[in-house]
Design a protein around this ligand. Structure first.
Ligand code: 48F
Length: 250
C-alpha cells in the first residue's frame, strides 16, 4: 500500500543526505547556464566533486528561448566538439555555423551533467562567498523564495576549493568579490559585436581572484566585452577553458 508518510520521508531523507554530502565540494558553480553546465560536466568527468547552485527552478539559463523566443541556437564550428561530446543534434548553416534545437540543447546539457555526477541544487540563491586568507573558499546559500520574499533568515555555507561565477549578465559573484576585495573593476558589457565577443569571452575567462573564476557572460560583464546575442559557442568554450584550467591545477 502506498503511504503519504513514505513519500514525505523518502524526499526528506534523500535530499538531506545529498545536501549534507555536498556541504564540502571541490568546485561550486553558481548558475546553470551553458557555461556552467559545460564546465560542471567536464570537471565531474575529470574526477572533481561539483555542485551547481541555480536560483531558478529550471536549470539552463538563457538557452531555452533561443533568439527572441525562436527556440533555435547558433553554434560556430569551433565549438562543434562540445555538441558532439554531449551527443546533441545539429544541422550545418552556411560555412561557419551549426544550428541546434534550444530545448534539446538545454535538456541534454543538464542531463549529461547530472549523469556525470554533478549535483544541481535548483531554487538556491548564492548571496555571498566565503573569503579566508585572501582566497574564495565557498558560497553562502539560501532558498530563492526566501530571497524573493525578503524574509530575515540567515543563510548556510558550502565549502569549495574553487567557485565559478556562471551567473551570466548578473556577474553576481564577481561583483560581490570586487566590492569586498577591490580586486577588479566590473565594467559592464558593451554593445553587440559577435565576432569580437565570441573570441574575447573565451580569452578572458579565468581566475579573477584567488579561488574565483569567471566564465560565460559574467566574463563579458567583468571585462566590458561586447555582447554576442544567441550564439553559444563562446559560452561552451569558456566553460571548457575554466574546467581545463582547474583540472590542470590539481
Ligand atoms: O545567463 P546564463 O545562461 O549564463 P551563461 O552561461 O550564458 C549566457 C547565455 O545564456 C546568453 C548569451 C549567449 O551567448 O549571451 O545570455 O553566461 O545563466 C546564468 C544562470 O545563473 C543564475 C541564473 O538564474 C541563470 O540560470 N544565477 C544568476 N545569479 C545567481 C544565479 C545567483 N546569485 N545564485 C544562483 N544562480
Amino acid at each position: 500500500m502506498l503511504q503519504e508518510l513514505h513519500v514525505t520521508r523518502g524526499i526528506i531523507e534523500s535530499f538531506t543526505k545529498e545536501l549534507l554530502d555536498h556541504t564540502k565540494v571541490d568546485v561550486a558553480i553558481v548558475g546553470a547556464g551553458p557555461s556552467g553546465l559545460v564546465a560542471s560536466y567536464l570537471l565531474a568527468k575529470g574526477g572533481k566533486k561539483v555542485a551547481i547552485f541555480e536560483r531558478k527552478l529550471a536549470p539552463g539559463g538563457g538557452i531555452w528561448g533561443g533568439g527572441m523566443l525562436f527556440n533555435k541556437v547558433v553554434v560556430q564550428k569551433d565549438a562543434q566538439h562540445i555538441l558532439d561530446e554531449f551527443e546533441i543534434n545539429y544541422s550545418p548553416y552556411g560555412e561557419n555555423y551549426l544550428i541546434a534545437d534550444a530545448v534539446e540543447l538545454a535538456s541534454t546539457l543538464i542531463s549529461k551533467a547530472v549523469k556525470a555526477g554533478v549535483k544541481i541544487f535548483n531554487g538556491v540563491h548564492v548571496e555571498d562567498v566565503v573569503i579566508k586568507n585572501g582566497k574564495v573558499n565557498g558560497v553562502v546559500i539560501n532558498w530563492t523564495p526566501i530571497d524573493m520574499v525578503g524574509l530575515h533568515v540567515d543563510p548556510l555555507v558550502v565549502e569549495a576549493d574553487y567557485v565559478l561565477d556562471g551567473t551570466g549578465h548578473d556577474a553576481a559573484i564577481a561583483k560581490l568579490v570586487a566590492k569586498r576585495t577591490h580586486c577588479c573593476d566590473v565594467k559592464g558589457m558593451g554593445a553587440m559585436w559577435v565576432n569580437e565577443a565570441e573570441k574575447l569571452v573565451v580569452e578572458k575567462s579565468g581566475e579573477i581572484y584567488p579561488g574565483l573564476y569567471v566564465m560565460g557572460m559574467s566574463t563579458a560583464e567583468v571585462y566590458g566585452l561586447p555582447r554576442m546575442g544567441p550564439i553559444f559557442g563562446g559560452m561552451f568554450l569558456s566553460g571548457e577553458k575554466v574546467a581545463k584550467e582547474i583540472l590542470s591545477r590539481s
